[in-house]
Write a protein that binds this ligand. Structure first.
Ligand code: OGA
Ligand code: MN
Length: 283
């Protein structure tokens, strides 16, 4: 088996073929996958027939699997596998419903945020429920010199509860107990981080979890964050993933942010299995 990487026409992302992820992946191939992921930010492996066990095994080859704070939404016998789904059983969501329907980078609100996240599409609404990815490397590179100087050396506060105060404010399916909130206190990270493998700089703030820039007053911080978000979410800076059943998608959260679209009907089924790998302390 030979891994073949074909970059998309967009600012980031590549399609990966030539490997069957349903079978054990050689360490050398896993290392190639890791390198391609760091380079392209997003890798799409179409048409993969993978059991959750195989997904966990590959996840382990890329690093230390994470267990999400919303533990109710994990597979019963595999806490590393988190369910992203709009399916309900007896009225209760079986997984994280409305997951990631706002621009964010996974777990940026923790001290060691996610490196790679992976989703395997089990059932998706045809032609809808896309996931958008922004290149935070290109977003940084295309900033004006004035903004680059302004944010140089700055830090930002990331806080999971921000999403619950804003996007989930009126969503009874998405609540966070005080106990859960206490497990994820706010953290500070550099506004610009460096991808260790390539030395590239990337903007590391996101609308979902970033409250403010520490070194600026409230107005300057808001204005600066809005400028950074606008740069990142410009259409020229985005790859849109159109899901097919069997797609296995992975992304490097250190150099991308993402958002799921909620453009499907209530009775459309969108059900994916998710794993992720812890990253380093951002520098
Ligand atoms: C995630 C997420 C997006 C999607 O799993 O981290 O944001 O498309 N999901 O479901
Ligand atoms: Mn996410």
């Amino acid at each position: 088996m030979t891994l073949v990487i074909a970059p998309t026409d967009a600012a980031l992302g590549a399609v990966a073929t030539g490997v069957d992820l349903g079978r054990p992946v050689e360490d050398a191939v896993a290392a190639e996958v890791r390198m391609a992921l760091c380079q392209h930010g997003v890798l799409a492996f179409p048409d993969q027939d993978m059991a959750p066990e195989a997904q966990v095994a590959l996840t382990r080859q890329l690093g230390e699997p994470e267990v999400h704070v919303l533990s109710d939404f994990a597979l019963e016998d595999m806490p590393e596998v988190f369910i992203v789904s709009n399916v309900r059983k007896d009225g209760k969501p079986v997984g994280a419903i409305n997951a990631g329907q706002y621009w964010h980078s996974d777990l940026s609100y923790t001290a060691r945020p996610t490196f790679a996240s992976m989703l395997h599409a089990k059932e998706v609404p045809p032609g809808r429920g896309e996931t958008l990815f922004a290149s935070m490397v290109r977003a940084y590179e295309t900033l004006s010199d004035e903004i680059k100087v302004r944010i140089d050396g700055c830090h930002a506060v990331h806080d999971y509860t921000l999403a619950y105060e804003t996007v989930f404010a009126d969503n009874p399916d998405r609540t966070l107990t005080a106990e859960q909130a206490a497990e994820v206190p706010p953290v500070e990270h550099p506004v610009v981080r460096t991808q260790v493998e390539t030395g590239r700089k990337a903007i590391y703030v996101n609308p979902g979890f970033t409250r403010r820039i520490v070194e600026m007053d409230a107005d300057k911080s808001r204005e600066t964050l809005e400028t950074l978000f606008a740069q990142a979410t410009d259409p020229s800076n985005i790859y849109t993933h159109h899901w097919q059943v069997g797609d296995f998608l992975m992304w490097d959260n250190r150099i991308t942010m993402h958002m799921a679209l909620s453009n499907y009907a209530a009775n459309d089924v969108r059900h994916l299995l998710r794993t992720s790998v812890t990253g380093e302390i951002p520098v």
